[in-house]
Design a protein around this ligand. Structure first.
Ligand SMILES: NC(=O)c1ccc[n+]([C@@H]2O[C@H](COP(=O)([O-])OP(=O)(O)OC[C@H]3O[C@@H](n4cnc5c(N)ncnc54)[C@H](O)[C@@H]3O)[C@@H](O)[C@H]2O)c1
Ligand SMILES: [Zn+2]
Length: 367
């Protein structure tokens, strides 16, 4: 087992990474203050891992709250089901909420923990690659609004993150690729040497090689922990974690939640950020193409939806949280491994980026 730490003063917490951690009662008990526990999960994950987790929680008074599965259910209505479950089982302020599932469950259960009786403890047990390398770490919690993704939420840190890499064995291939988009993101924004490692090990990762997965998760979580430790509430460097996300959120919103997976939309959005960084003269064509090829090798889409016009992009991007004082801030790359957040770019370059021929671009990056 590997242990990393998110350093946030009295809100610091460990991230445990290893195969089979779900079956370790002691690891969980260490971070549970009272006698009551509520496990929040969904209809897909419950049959796979709920029983195993329950066995590790023997001795506690455990309620399980099983939600419908899907990004469309990351909503106010579903959040209410969590509160219904907690109140029906009479959970008090000393209860601990455990989020068992992907990022949708983690974000919602975390937000419920932030709100329930003005805040109760919670533990993240992420079961998708995306949630293991990204959403479970850093304390961003929340739900979607029909007018924008993740628009309602809170910063609320977990007491611990427990990553059982064995849970990835049941993950659909498409979901694994979606998680790889965020893994690649860390290389692009702050860890250039990691890109070479990923180029070498992409086949091993996609074949679920245990050692490769553990290494990639560890290195990703270390990057995330570093950034969050330096800027918990996203007043600066943390915003670089949104590489590809402003474009990507526009794709997700346009298509309707859940049609493109978050990681897929981020991948296509990252290609757009690479292209814009190239158009600004920051990335060379070979550097841009290297990023595109890596995303492709991870099995990810690298072309935004054909029917999505620049106008539709701009409309959605304008409601994105990254807009401050009317200036659209974007995460772009000065170099591979060095991101900047800036609203200071010629508007024509953004427009040209939105009009780019990505089909041609990805074909040329392969030649
Ligand atoms: N809080 C943050 O910092 C942050 C960061 C990135 C993404 N997010 C959010 O995370 C969400 C995406 O998370 P996700 O990609 O994990 O999606 P998800 O939670 O929808 O999970 C993907 C699918 O895999 C299923 N699943 C989960 N674990 C499984 C397993 N071990 N085996 C088989 N199936 C399994 C789920 O039930 C679901 O159908 C988005 O809502 C996004 O906004 C949050
Ligand atoms: Zn993301």
């Amino acid at each position: 087992m590997q242990t990393l730490h998110v350093e946030l003063g009295e809100r610091s917490y460990p991230i445990y990474i290893g195969a089979g951690l779900l079956t370790d009662p002691e690891l969980l008990a260490r971070h549970i203050g009272g006698r009551q526990v509520a496990v929040v999960t969904n209809e897909t994950v419950a049959p796979l891992y709920l029983e195993t987790l329950m066995r590790s929680l023997e001795g506690f008074k455990v309620a399980s709250i099983v939600l419908p599965d899907g990004e469309v259910f990351k909503s106010w209505e579903t959040l209410q089901l969590i509160f219904d479950g907690l109140l029906t089982a009479r959970h008090d302020r000393r209860t601990t909420i455990i989020a068992l599932g992907g990022g949708v469950i983690g974000d919602m259960a975390g937000f419920a923990a932030a709100c329930y009786q003005r805040g109760v403890d919670f533990i993240q047990v992420p079961t998708t690659l995306l949630s293991q390398v990204d959403s479970s770490v850093g304390g961003k919690t929340g739900i979607n609004h029909p007018l924008g993704k993740n628009m309602i939420g809170a910063f609320y840190q977990p007491k611990a993150v427990l990553i059982d890499t064995a849970s990835l064995r049941t993950l659909p291939e498409r979901e694994l690729s979606a998680g790889l988009a965020e893994v690649i993101k860390y290389g692009l924004i702050c860890d250039e040497p990691f890109l070479a490692w990923l180029e070498e090990n992409m086949p091993a990762l996609r074949a679920l090689d245990g050692a490769a997965l553990t290494y990639a998760i560890e290195r990703s979580c270390a990057a995330k922990a570093r950034v969050v430790g330096a800027d918990e509430r996203e007043s600066g460097v943390r915003a670089t974690l949104n590489l590809g996300h402003t474009f990507g959120h526009a794709i997700e919103t346009e298509q309707g939640y859940g049609v493109w997976l978050h990681g897929e939309a981020v991948a296509a959005g990252t290609v757009m950020a690479l292209e814009m960084s190239h158009r600004l003269g920051w990335l060379s064509a070979p550097e841009r193409d290297r990023g595109v090829r890596l995303l492709q090798a991870a099995g990810l889409p690298v072309v935004p939806p054909r029917d999505m016009t620049p106008e539709r992009f701009l409309e959605h991007m304008a409601v994105d949280k990254k807009v401050l004082d009317g200036q659209m801030r974007l995460v772009l790359l000065k170099h591979l491994g060095e991101a900047v957040v800036t609203a200071d770019y010629p508007r024509e370059i953004l427009d040209a980026t939105l009009r780019s021929d990505y089909v041609a671009l990805t074909q040329s990056s392969n030649s």
